[in-house]
Design a binder for this molecule. Structure first.
Ligand SMILES: NC(=O)C1=CN([C@@H]2O[C@H](COP(=O)(O)OP(=O)(O)OC[C@H]3O[C@@H](n4cnc5c(N)ncnc54)[C@H](O)[C@@H]3O)[C@@H](O)[C@H]2O)C=CC1
Ligand SMILES: O=C(CO)COP(=O)(O)O
Ligand SMILES: [Zn+2]
Length: 347
């Protein structure tokens, strides 16, 4: 058997106002010189300005880049900005973290992940979800050298983002079912330990669903820890398979079709309800769990046209066709897709 590489962050700092220690944390990690801070227009004010001030207080020279998309073009533009840069710090949501991860990996430099919301499980994983002309691809990048999760910023973020993070974790249920199917039918690589960690994380978040509340520091901490643990399952597998199956294909298809897509985790949660039905599993349990977390469970909550839901269901199998799932190679017919969405109350 060949050797296997598993990449994990070296340090994880989670706590209230820990973003103000960004400079000293980076210094303790032996970094110095030029740092590129990547952020978004909202997250600059919410978090990045604090990280920048902290870095400058520790004598780092800071450049800032604002991004709004996680595309291959954005990654290329970021790489052009690198100028004797020793470290990249990504402060924001999933898109910011993914492009930071990819640009740092391409340039062969370290990066620090500073999530401002607990909305996705890519905060610590070595994979980056990047959009290109064919839709979304999952690219091998690198794990952050360090994660700085400021629970004060995260607890004050809109609750919708936290609920989306919980839904992204709940989608591990169908991702694992799809992975097992692909292992059985296609002999795809399968890791028991990655699958067990992914599933345990999803079970724990459901068990805690009633205690996850708006504005609470404990809730922010719990969800960040769970997203981290789901990301570690991705690290162990060396692929996003333990956390991304047919429900994610549905969400990526919706991103292409919908005029105004909803949050990644929200769409994946709704995909999980429908894919669980296709797997013959307890889809009502998934729906109840999403309800308990105040995550959307239908097209109306998502603000998405029911026709777009059906279109996304019929085209989901074309996303990442090499990743075998319950959708098979031919996908769902329009009639089946519509029936599935109606039966599960999604439309
Ligand atoms: N690499 C990986 O393993 C994974 C990657 N992803 C990717 O991550 C992305 C989804 O991440 P999201 O964070 O949902 O989307 P996003 O990055 O678009 O952020 C959603 C919105 O939240 C805002 N926001 C962030 N923090 C905020 C705060 N504290 N207060 C107010 N607004 C705030 C952002 O400005 C943005 O408008 C997708 O592109 C998805 O494919 C998702 C899961 C895993
Ligand atoms: O979103 C993910 C896990 O939650 C992984 O992303 P992909 O679906 O892009 O592989
Ligand atoms: Zn996801």
């Amino acid at each position: 058997m060949g050797s296997k590489k598993i990449q994990m962050p070296r340090e994880v700092h989670i706590g209230s106002d820990v973003i103000n220690d960004t400079g000293s944390i980076c210094k303790d990690l032996r970094f110095s010189g030029n740092v590129l801070v990547v952020t978004g227009p909202n997250t600059l004010k919410i978090g990045a300005n604090k990280a920048i001030e902290s870095l400058e207080n520790e004598d780092f020279s800071v450049e800032v880049s604002k991004i709004t998309t996680a595309t291959s073009e954005t990654v290329e533009k970021l790489e052009e900005k690198l100028n004797d840069t020793s470290l990249i710090v990504g402060v924001g949501g999933g898109k910011v973290i993914d492009v930071t991860k990819m640009a740092a990996s391409n340039a062969g430099i370290y990066f620090v992940s500073v999530p401002t919301a607990a909305s996705h499980d890519g905060i610590a994983s070595p994979l980056a979800s990047i959009k290109n002309n064919n839709g979304s691809v999952s690219l091998k990048a690198q794990a952050p050298i360090c994660v700085i999760g400021d629970t004060n910023i995260i607890r004050n973020a809109p609750f919708r983002l936290l609920a989306a993070g919980c839904a992204d974790i709940i989608s591990n249920y169908t991702a694992i079912k799809d992975w097992q199917l692909a292992n059985k039918l296609q002999n795809d690589f399968y890791s028991e330990s990655a699958a067990a960690l992914s599933l345990m994380t999803a079970k724990l978040i459901i068990k805690s669903s009633k205690s996850i509340k708006k504005g609470l520091e404990e809730s922010a901490r719990l969800v960040v820890k769970s997203l981290f643990s789901s990301g570690m399952a991705i690290s162990i597998a060396g692929s996003s398979r333990p956390a991304s199956g047919s429900e994610h294909k549905f969400s990526h298809a919706l991103d292409k079709i919908a005029k105004k897509p909803a949050l990644h985790g929200e769409q994946c949660g709704i995909g999980t309800i429908m894919m669980m039905n296709l797997h013959g599993g307890d889809w009502q349990f998934i729906k109840n769990a999403l309800n308990d977390m105040k995550a959307p469970t239908n097209a109306y909550d998502l603000g998405i046209d029911p026709d777009d839901i059906v279109d996304a269901l019929t085209s989901a199998h074309t996303i990442r066709p090499e990743r075998y799932t319950i959708l098979g190679d031919r996908g769902l017919s329009r009639n089946t897709a519509k029936k599935l969405a109606i039966k599960t109350g999604v439309i």
